[in-house]
Design a binder for this molecule. Structure first.
Ligand SMILES: CC(C)(COP(=O)(O)OP(=O)(O)OC[C@H]1O[C@@H](n2cnc3c(N)ncnc32)[C@H](O)[C@@H]1OP(=O)(O)O)[C@@H](O)C(=O)NCCC(=O)NCCS
Length: 163
């Protein structure tokens, strides 16, 4: 049977799993900063962010964060217009990589963003060194080669035009 992947709100009950994933080499490599301060952040629910656990047939699979970059408190994305969302994503266990799960997680997260009619585009900024993630966004989500680019921008029109 096809595995079922779902996204649900992350809670403090996910703390140990998220901290365990933080120790995995593929997660560390993809996020040099790496200090997500889960004890605090899982209890904090600002209007500009959702933190989601992906589950595969009911077991923890990965994490997705969606923020509104115009409202986000540290202004990480600078002076950006309204109507955008930015996504962070990772799969927790190395054994789950490269099986199509990340594509499904991202499709669900992107659809969730565009369900809000005011959202016009989605931003993703993998590390420049994370060439596998670049390929993932190009091939699985954008359907084009933008390999000289380290910020990926997916517009509502392009997403809905995909076959
Ligand atoms: C990026 C990520 C979410 C993609 O999910 P996934 O389930 O591994 O990807 P899929 O199986 O749906 O698609 C496979 C593609 O993802 C890419 N990919 C990226 N990192 C990969 C990894 N560590 N292992 C395998 N494939 C990876 C490859 O381009 C692959 O395409 P290919 O098989 O043609 O080479 C996942 O690999 C991951 O969590 N990587 C580590 C964390 C990370 O880089 N997050 C993104 C930060 S912006």
């Amino acid at each position: 049977m096809k595995p079922v992947i779902t996204l649900r709100t992350a809670t403090i009950a996910d703390l140990a799993v998220l901290q365990h994933w933080d120790q995995q080499p593929h997660v560390i490599e993809s996020d040099l900063d790496g200090n997500w301060d889960w004890e605090t952040e899982l209890l904090y629910e600002p209007a500009w962010r959702v933190q989601l656990m992906a589950e595969l047939d009911g077991r923890p699979l990965g994490f997705v964060q969606i923020i509104d970059p115009a409202q986000e408190e540290t202004h990480y994305w600078g002076d950006v217009p309204q109507g955008l969302r930015a996504i962070d994503v990772w799969i927790g266990e190395a054994a789950d990589l490269g099986k199509g799960y990340g594509t499904t997680m991202m499709q669900q997260a992107i659809n969730q963003c565009f369900d809000n009619e005011s959202v016009t585009a989605i931003l993703i900024d993998p590390l420049a060194t994370n060439t596998r993630a670049h390929r993932f966004y190009e091939q699985k989500l954008l359907g084009e080669d933008e390999s000289d680019c380290f910020i990926f921008r997916l517009s509502r029109e392009d997403w809905h035009a995909k076959p």
